[in-house]
Design a binder for this molecule. Structure first.
Ligand SMILES: Nc1nc2c(c(=O)[nH]1)N[C@H]1C(S)=C(S)[C@@H](COP(=O)(O)O)O[C@H]1N2
Ligand SMILES: [Mo]
Length: 242
């Protein structure tokens, strides 16, 4: 389960271990968009999740072409290497901006999850094991101001961004993950540290996480500027509503 595969053509330098990244152009090709700024209608999204619903939890999703395996994405050329002195920064509307090494993160209260990972393009991987620190925990640690209602994420690939409201972070139980698939988050999957947002489409789960900024404004992330919905619940409403 959850083996790494690759499809489509690489657009950058050859990555490690024969893993091929899929570039932005290829993703747009997969989506059949071939251009920028094309709205990704809600019905399309629902269509995808409806299609996969009967297969969820059965392990049969792997029988759908492209199902059951991760496809590795990057919007830059190849997978970026972390700076040698990698630290995750938490700043913005906080009492104490903090910088955490992977060891620092591992020393914090850990959250373990077994949960699927689903890309809006249709592929899904069931029962992925994740370990990390809750966003809400990091906000507490940094002393987030009560008026800080949004987490803004940036990546050391220099391009990818995302946001999540603090409510969404709480409802989803989103974590900053340092472990997935039974080991450290690999370079290809966004290591040393990536986001994982249970219940939301994969594009929310920013890879190669460098900075979390507490703000008061929801901003469109990388793919959202290219037409994906900012509200990325796979089921359309999150865990609270029926
Ligand atoms: N920095 C960065 N994060 C990213 C992406 C990306 O291209 N760059 N792609 C997103 C999308 S659309 C998905 S589905 C998942 C894919 O995760 P994987 O590459 O580990 O399969 O990462 C998300 N996070
Ligand atoms: Mo995705």
């Amino acid at each position: 389960m959850a083996e790494v595969t690759s499809t489509g053509g690489p657009e950058g330098p050859a990555p490690e271990q024969g893993e091929k990244p899929i570039g932005r152009r290829a993703v747009l090709g997969i989506l059949g968009l071939g251009g920028l700024g094309i709205a990704f209608g809600e019905h399309v999204q629902n269509g995808i999740s409806d299609l996969l619903k009967p297969l969820r939890g059965t392990g049969l999703a792997g029988l759908v072409p492209g199902g059951g395996n991760f496809t590795l994405y990057t919007v830059t050329s190849g997978f970026p290497a972390p700076p040698p002195d990698y630290r995750l920064t938490v700043n913005g509307m906080v009492e104490r901006p903090i910088q955490l090494s992977v060891r620092d993160l591992e020393a914090l209260p850990a959250t373990r999850l077994t949960h699927d990972f689903q890309c809006v393009t249709g592929w899904v991987v069931d029962d992925v094991h994740w370990t990390g620190v809750r966003l809400t925990e990091l906000a507490k640690l940094a002393g987030a101001h009560p008026s800080a209602t949004v987490f803004h994420f940036s990546s050391f690939d220099g391009v990818y961004t995302e946001t999540l409201t603090t409510d969404q972070a709480e409802q989803s139980g989103a974590i900053v993950a340092y472990s997935m698939l039974g080991g450290p988050v690999s370079k290809a999957h966004g290591g040393p540290v990536r986001l994982y947002v249970p219940g939301m489409f994969g594009y929310k789960s920013a890879k190669w996480l460098s900075t979390i900024t507490l703000t008061g404004v929801v901003e469109e992330g990388y793919w959202e500027q290219n037409g994906y919905p900012v509200d990325a619940w796979v089921n359309g409403h999150g865990p609270s509503a029926a």
